[in-house]
Structures are given as C-alpha cells and as structure tokens.
Design a protein around this ligand. Sequence first.
Ligand code: CMP
Length: 139
Amino acid sequence: MNGNLTFTMIKPDAMQRGFMSKILDKITDTGFKVKAMKLTKLSKEQAQQFYGVHKERPFFNDLVEYMSSGPIVAAVLEKNNAVEDFRKLIGATDPTKADEGTIRKMYAESIQYNAVHGSDSDENAMIEGNFFFSARERF
Ligand code: CMP
C-alpha cells in the first residue's frame, strides 16, 4: 500500500527568487495538507548528511554548497499516494525535461538549482521528515 506522507524542501534558489508562496499555493491547491513546516537553513554538515547518498557523485560538493547557501522551507505533506503524486507535481529533476505546469518547469533554473526536493520513496519520506522534525513536532 502506498503511504500518505512525503517530505519536501523549497530550495535556496527558489527562496532567493521569491517563489516560496507561489510554490506553497501550488502544493496546497493540488490537495496536499501541510503536516509540519519550518523555515530554516542547513549547515554544510547537515547538507552533507541529508544528501549522503550522493556523496560519490561529481556534483556532491556543489550540491552541499548550494543547499547550505540560504534559507529553505522544509515540510511534511499528506495526501493519498503522496510520494508518487508529489513527484508528478514537481516534475523531472532536470527542468528542461519537466512537463508543462510542473513546479520545476515553472520555477527551476537548472538540474542543480531545481527549486524543490521531493522524497523518492515512503521509506525516505520518513527518514527525511525525521531529519528535520523532532518528536515534539511530530506529524
Ligand atoms: P534532489 O531531487 O533534491 O536530489 C538530489 C539533488 O542533486 C537534485 O535534486 C539536484 O539539486 C542535484 N542534482 C541531481 N543531478 C544533478 C546533476 N547531474 N548535476 C548537478 N546537480 C544535480
């Protein structure tokens, strides 16, 4: 059975360019409920840990610099079939390949500066949500 929670970040590029409210509107207009949300900023160590799965990739150091370069919004979202539906809403990692109307098509600059993150599995949604939200803030 598919889970009903996913995790997202609005990344530093989208925050810097003033797209936070537009992106949040699109998420909630599509039927996602916000279960937990915070405006925060990652340290380099936190960015390295969050994206640890990519540490062997050539883009890892740039990714860590970028993700710790400014404020982000982190959120846990609820909807039926959340992980898959959210990935449809944000579109392909590379915005030039993203479908019309997706968040990345509308707001991302490049494959690296791609405006939003979305979990790729139910398991990672829980891991990523727990990375940002303590038991007191539990969703
Ligand atoms: P995200 O979905 O958050 O997961 C990993 C991130 O690494 C991705 O979004 C991009 O920000 C970045 N990324 C993925 N592929 C590349 C690439 N080929 N070059 C640069 N950055 C990338």
